[in-house]
Ligand binder design. Structure first.
Ligand code: SF4
Ligand code: SF4
Length: 189
């Protein structure tokens, strides 16, 4: 197995449509308990909004001159927590699971990567794209005279906690319904 082998859930259009139908059906049930899931999704969205500007400042200071762009190297996808958040925060899932595409030279990169950065708002990116701070970014954060931005780090930790809560709350409510926790056909890229 090469280093490029990964199992990505819901990577086929059939699997993605299946998971989309599942979330749609859950919402149609109008289960009053989903109000708590909705509240958690709103809190996650607010935390992403709070992170958006400071993360953009950090990325502007580091990514423009980066010679080893992580969005080209890494293989990223939406996990189940991302889907629960996105569905309840936006009332829909994205059009597709995140895939890699080839540039003009045949080099793969995330489908959302552009020459000017990510074309998704931070609110709609997989959490890992915000959670991951590369060594350069950590260095920039710790080299500030005032030290690392603890608010930013605390908000990321808060997001982790909210994501666990929304997943367990959603799974508790939807227990008994078949969960599309994994696509039927693992993707290898
Ligand atoms: S986050 Fe780090 S590795 Fe990724 S593009 Fe920016 S500087 Fe480069
Ligand atoms: S979704 Fe955006 S931030 Fe995340 S890997 Fe793709 S281009 Fe990079």
């Amino acid at each position: 197995m090469s280093k490029m082998d990964h199992r990505i859930p819901w990577c086929t259009s059939e699997d993605w449509q299946g998971v989309t139908r599942f979330f749609h059906a859950m919402t149609l049930d109008l289960n009053p308990a989903l109000v708590q899931v909705q509240t958690l999704a709103d809190q996650i969205r607010q935390a992403f909004e709070a992170l958006s500007d400071p993360m953009d400042v950090l990325c502007n200071a580091t990514c423009m001159a980066c010679g080893d762009i992580c969005c080209k190297k890494a293989t990223i996808w939406y996990d189940f927590k991302d889907l629960v958040y996105l569905h309840f925060a936006f009332g829909r899932l994205p059009e597709t699971q995140i895939k890699k595409v080839l540039d003009k030279t045949g080099t793969p990169h995330c489908m959302h990567f552009t020459e000017t950065g990510c074309n998704l708002s931070r609110l709609e990116r997989p959490f890992v794209c915000t959670w991951y701070l590369c060594p350069t970014q950590k260095q920039v954060m710790t080299s500030h005279e005032q030290g690392p931005d603890h608010t930013l780090l605390e908000t990321v930790d808060h997001l982790k906690m909210l994501r666990h809560q929304i997943e367990s709350e959603f799974c508790r409510i939807s227990a008994g319904k078949p969960h599309p926790k994994q696509g039927k056909t693992p993707c290898r890229i």
